[in-house]
Design a protein around this ligand. Sequence first.
Ligand SMILES: C[C@H](O)[C@H](O)CC(=O)C(=O)O
Ligand SMILES: [Mg+2]
Length: 393
Amino acid sequence: MATPTIRQIRAYTVRGGGGDYHDQSGAHWIDDHVSTPMAKYPNYRASRRSFGINVLGSLVVEVEASDGTVGFAVTTGGEPAAWIVENHLARFIEGAKVTDIELMWDQMYNATLYYGRKGLVINTISGVDLALWDLLGKVRQEPVFHLLGGAVRDELQFYATGARPDLAKEMGFIGGKMALHHGPAEGEEGLRKNLEILTDMRAKVGPDFWLMQDCWMSLDVNYATKFATRAWHEAGLKWIEEALSPDDYWGYSELRRNLPRGMLCTTGEHEATRWGFRLLLDMNCCDIIQPDVGWCGGVTELIKISALADAHGVLVVPHGSSVYSYHFVITRHNSPFAEFLMMHPVPDQVVPMFTPLLLEEPVPTKGRLKLPETPGFGVRLNPECKLHRPYTH
Ligand SMILES: C[C@H](O)[C@H](O)CC(=O)C(=O)O
Ligand SMILES: [Mg+2]
């Protein structure tokens, strides 16, 4: 049978959770006075929505093959990403063989180099790439993790990100990661509060449960060193995550050298491509890299990033991104566990990370998950979510 080609690519936007998991309404732990680079401005301290963390919304990319098979993926990027797909990237996708993902990636990346490389553009390319892997899996009637070389273990094991590691422990997760609440602008009092939250949580979860702190790019080297050292001694903090701006490779190098022996430095969720990660690796910036497969260039690029990290003895524990991460992590020896982002507002129960956008999105039970062998990424779009196609070509 001839290899199907791609008949059409379509880009949609949708609001209210899903790919853009920060696009929540009402009270939610993910928007409860989280420390950010904007927290130096008191007006933007209480809520990340106040400075526009959710302005983009979700992007949904659909690719339809000549045999009628449709692949899709969701990520962030919203309307500007939809414009890039429809007006620029479509030409490299339509007419191509469904198997030629490497070629399509290279053309999308090189054609956008003059305004792309990172951020929104590589985020958009990631969405297209994930849709292409979904399509190939569906055409072949294989789950994506089979196409990536097959599972290297029976099931995935997860730590949970949310405000309640104590509840995550009861739910069977191997660790809990909390968002930092107070940044350097909140001074000594903020530092004391940050440490208090951690020591309280340590008392609740006992000595052995992993506790991690996500700093969402909000600290400087001095504050991060002081906080991490005290948090290690007073609360057994396992890792300090994304303490600095993603552009500050020099700062990460220094921070990692400053950390107490045994404590891990992690970063990379806002880094992109093999070239960005090469800087983090060559400059000894961290012990674990955390690429987001929906932002770093997609699965096609994550394969390369992961191989590079492996050669440097650095683990790859992707940021969030639900099934798109799970299908990768299960195939890699240097990704021994995965993140589960708790999207319940409290969060006192497990809900699918991209809720309500996907159907059949698998979730961990007792902190573990055996991936179903459904073709592609094994998920469907929820027909109740209103998609909008702002541009056509
Ligand atoms: C909790 C963090 O601020 C962010 O929303 C998610 C994240 O960075 C992570 O899961 O890691
Ligand atoms: Mg993070």
